[in-house]
Every structure is written in C-alpha cells, then in structure tokens.
Ligand binder design. Sequence first.
Ligand SMILES: Cc1ncc(COP(=O)(O)O)c(C=O)c1O
Length: 364
Amino acid sequence: MFTKDGKAKDIKTPRIVQDVWHNGEWIKWNDARVHVMSHVLHYGSSVFEGIRCYKTKRGPAIFRLKEHMQRFLNSAKIYRMEHEWTRDVLCEAAIELVLRGGLEQCYIRPILFRSLDEDRPAFGVNPFPNPLACYIGAWDWGKYLGEEAIEQGVDVCVSTWNRLTPNSMPAMAKSGANYMNSQLIKMEALLNGYAEGIALDDRGLVSEGSGENIFVVQDGRVVTPQLSSSILPGITRDSVIQICRSLEIPIVENNIQRAALYIADELFFSGTAAEITPIRSVDKITIGTGKRGEITRRIQEAFFQITSGERQAPGEWLTYVNEHKSAQAPVNNNGHDATQLKASGASSGISESVIDYQTAVREN
Ligand SMILES: Cc1ncc(COP(=O)(O)O)c(C=O)c1O
C-alpha cells in the first residue's frame, strides 16, 4: 500500500455523491469548478472540514456534525472570512447531502475559500476583494491508513519538518495552507517507507501527525500534547479524551518529549480519516510489544461501538440523517425528494446521485 515512490493511492477508489452544495444551492459534481486565477490557488486561502458519516442500524449517522461545523466557522473567523453561513445552515446542508447521496456511509468535505470575481478580478495577496465561495461535497472513503492498520498498527517516523509555529500559521485553524506543512511531513515519511510522519513543534516537543493527533500510553495513563504544541484541536482527540473519562482511564494533556515516544507502552493516532490507528514502531523502534496495546484496543473498541451506534456516546455525537426532519421534507432542485433518495439508497446501497470515481475521472 505504501510504495516507495509514494504514488499508490492512499485510499481505495471512492464513490462520489453527485450533488454538491454551493453557496446555498445544489449543483452537480462536474459543475463544482473554479477559475485557475482564484486567490485560493495562489495564496492558499481556504478553510475546510473533514467529517465522517457512519453506517448504523438506524441508517447513516454523521459523527459530531455540530462540533465540526463550529470548528469550520472558527477557522473562517481566524482568517477574517466574513460569510453568511450559520452553523445550523451548514449542518442542514450536510444532512441533505447525505440524504441525496443515499450512501450508507461517507466522508463529508465542507470548504470555504477566496475565489475570483471574473468581472472585477483582483490578483494581489490582499484577500479582501475576492469573493468567498462555500461548497460541501461527499464521497465514500475507506480506512485512511489502510484496513489492516486499524488492528496491526502503522510504522511511522519523526519528521525532519517541524509543525507550524503558533504565531506564523495557526494550527488551530483547519486551513488549506497548513496542509503544505502536512504534505512535507507525509511525503518524507512515504518516500522513506513509513506510513506517516510525526512532527515536533518549534520547541522540539511532540506535536501531531500530518493529519492526525497523537496519544501516548505509559503506565496505564494516556497523555496527549496540549493545544500549545501547534496541534489541530481534533474532534476525534476530544472524543478520545471523553471516552477515556467514561472508561475511567486516566488522561492528561501535557508536553511530550520525542524520546517519550520510543519508550511508550502504546501509541496511537486519532483523526476523522485515521479514526483510532495504533502505532507499532517509531523510527524503527518497536513500541511496546509491537502490537496494538490493551488500552488502545479498549478505546478503539468504544470508539467504533459509538460510531456504529451500538454504544451510548458521552454526548449527542451522532446525527441520524434518516430520522432528521429533512428526510421527510421534499428536496428542491432535481425533481427527487429526499424520501425517494433514501429509499433508492437503502435498497441498492448506492443511489443514482452517486458516481463511481473511475467512471467519472481517469485513475491518477
Ligand atoms: C493536522 C491534523 N491534526 C489532527 C487531525 C484530527 O482532527 P479530527 O479528529 O478533528 O479529524 C487532523 C484531521 O483532520 C489533521 O489534519
């Protein structure tokens, strides 16, 4: 899966929901395009989210939707992106998108960025003259670090690249530009034969993976870096903290030295894409027994039971889209109503509003 040239796709070919929410309207996937001179392409001016919708017995359920949309709004606020979208409107749009797609499970991607006003184009760094565009798309995505990684764990390295500094690029905002740093970390890891890289902060303390938060288990206690170590305030990280409390596993946020990784009993990543993924080695040093540890297993088990709706979450973490009011209300723009979409999706597991990526776009 992780080829040395890094060119293997990291995730199985996804199925894509054909409808896309754009500034309050529904458009088709193929129409969701931008001008190449858009501000975002040149200066990285975007903020986005990644949200999972899980398969449950009660139909698809979006995990911690409100929290994700709140972080989306926070990221926009940090970058002075003044837009009209409220958290409720964005949550409703995400729910309707899942209903339209008819997939049993999917990954939802809201993005807000500075585009181009083609009648009055502006090309400078100053972002203010450029109009904002907001989109939400969705696709079916597999396990980010591989199916077997969830059980077996992954081999990772400490990156030679540091994480962003708090007063240069705020890691608290989930901005597109931050992912240039993530790409440096990820590419270096892949080219050296590792599944992922862990970045240190500017003080040399452990920060996070290129797209995941990290947890250390030592002597029965779980430790994770503080927000001041330039980490993204992960929603899965928060879920892990709350799960630990409910399982009465001691959990603290603290500074973590690089060397503490090597001597940890257990290590694991958390993230929307990576979910809970054990780490079995760092820089070729085996962590603990080299297998998923018992505390990681317990947290992972609780996490997957919660996301599949089989275990009570510590809060209102799941939005069951089929039980939401928009599942009963008509959907406006393509002649379908949401109940029909739900029915067609339920029977085949895939509705007409989903396209297979391979049929739409050539393999890269
Ligand atoms: C850099 C980074 N850290 C942490 C995370 C985990 O955050 P969350 O659990 O909200 O997905 C992500 C994933 O989006 C990420 O990209």
